[in-house]
Design a protein around this ligand. Structure first.
Ligand SMILES: Cc1c2[nH]c(c1CCC(=O)O)Cc1[nH]c(c(CCC(=O)O)c1C)Cc1[nH]c(c(CCC(=O)O)c1C)Cc1[nH]c(c(CCC(=O)O)c1C)C2
Length: 359
């Protein structure tokens, strides 16, 4: 049994209940903009940090402790690329450069090298241990989110071998090898369902699926190569959890897929994460009376603009989401970036509390 919850605002908001103010958390809130992160990072490699439950727990708690009382959720410190690792691929994190796969997938024959049905508890047990330890140490202050990457986004990394500007290799697969692409997407989907379910058994109270590269696809290709797998994950996780009479709210964050918002409102996800290319009022109009909560969507670069614009844009955003007391979770439209001043983050969070309580 874990400590009882002192703040469950985000869970209630995700379920569509009317709340006293919209909850707030920040994608990538534990990370490189925090000096205390760099202190830990200087002693360990990135994946060593992920693989050490005590370190993962410490990093998860850093923003919660620093911004005490201002954040309404914690997200477990890990990375979406642990799934390719579980499928048998090598991934390293290069200093200043980001993730790197020494041997990315080049042709459909390479799928034979992957572990088709990986033993997730054996390969990623350290994530579950980190989640359990963090739930205990959070002491009920805020709910703990688990997460994974969406199949298309994970596939893109496995083929590109790292970040990309054009996604030429990954998209070539979709068009040249649609059958093999579907096989790969299915493999990632099934591993992800097991992984997310295990995270909940370990103590995760909410789940987010990051489709960070959804917007690289055309509307047609998103509907063919991303959406069905997102739906399958939502259904698969909920069905498995239902066997032990559990439910957790699920968030999908399909960055750049504003064109699919109407369809996503019927996808089964409780929450849809929006990036800053979507006007809040337009999103609310498209949703109509469907019971879906929105999350987002301030441009992370506003945090570089000084206090005046941080305040005015935060206020406008909350008003755009109808004042935010129902169907809304405040966040940025993408992850916070390494150069942001943590004091400006505090100021942003204070504005979220101020205008969220007022409107
Ligand atoms: C949820 C999460 C992620 N990564 C990290 C976390 C946990 C920390 C938190 O959110 O508080 C730590 C996390 N992951 C990483 C870091 C920096 C590592 C370092 O110190 O060198 C941290 C703190 C490394 C990483 N890992 C990844 C990148 C992006 C590379 C690219 O542009 O293609 C990078 C830079 C892949 C990745 N990882 C993640 C995504 C989805 C979110 C997003 O779009 O930003 C993606 C695309 C998700």
């Amino acid at each position: 049994m874990y400590p009882s919850m002192k703040n469950d605002l985000i869970i209630r908001a995700a379920r569509g209940e009317t709340v006293e103010r919209p909850p707030v958390w920040i994608m990538r809130q534990a990370g490189r903009y925090l000096p205390e992160y760099h202190k830990v990072r200087s002693k360990q490699s990135f994946f060593e940090m992920c693989q050490t439950p005590e370190t993962s727990c410490e990093l998860t708690l850093q923003p919660i402790n620093r911004f005490d009382g201002l954040l309404d959720a914690a997200i477990i410190f890990s990375d979406i690329l642990v799934i390719p690792q579980a499928l048998g691929m090598q991934v390293v994190m290069l200093e200043q450069k980001g993730p790197h796969f020494p041997e990315p997938l080049a042709t459909p024959e390479d799928l034979e090298k992957l572990e088709k049905v990986p033993n997730i508890p054996a390969k990623l047990g350290y994530v579950m241990d980190a989640i359990s330890l963090t739930r205990e140490n959070l002491d009920g202050r805020v709910p703990l989110l688990g997460f994974s990457g969406a199949p298309w986004t994970i596939m893109a990394y496995m083929i590109e071998g790292g970040g990309s500007k054009t996604f030429t290799k990954a998209k070539s697969w979709l068009f040249r090898y649609p059958e093999a692409s579907r096989r790969l997407l299915n493999m990632v989907t099934e591993a992800t369902i097991v992984y997310l379910t295990q995270q909940v058994y370990a103590g995760a109270q909410m789940l987010q699926i990051f489709d960070s590269w959804a917007g690289e696809l055309s509307p047609q290709d998103f509907l063919e190569f991303s959406y069905p797998y997102l739906v399958r994950i939502c259904e698969g996780v909920k069905k498995e959890l239902n066997k032990s009479k559990r439910t957790v709210p699920m968030i999908v964050y399909p960055k750049g897929a504003w064109y699919a918002l109407d369809k996503l409102c019927d996808s089964g996800y409780d929450v849809i994460g929006l990036d800053w290319t979507m006007d809040p009022k337009e999103a609310v109009r498209i949703r109509g009376d469907r019971r879906v909560t929105f999350q987002g969507n301030l441009d992370p670069n506003i945090l570089y603009g000084g206090r005046e614009i941080i305040e005015s844009r935060t206020k406008e955003m909350i008003e755009g989401f109808k004042g935010g007391k129902q169907g809304y979770i405040i966040n940025l439209g993408h992850g916070i970036t390494p150069g942001v001043n943590p004091d400006d983050v505090r100021f942003f969070l204070e504005q979220c509390h101020k205008y969220g309580s007022q409107t």
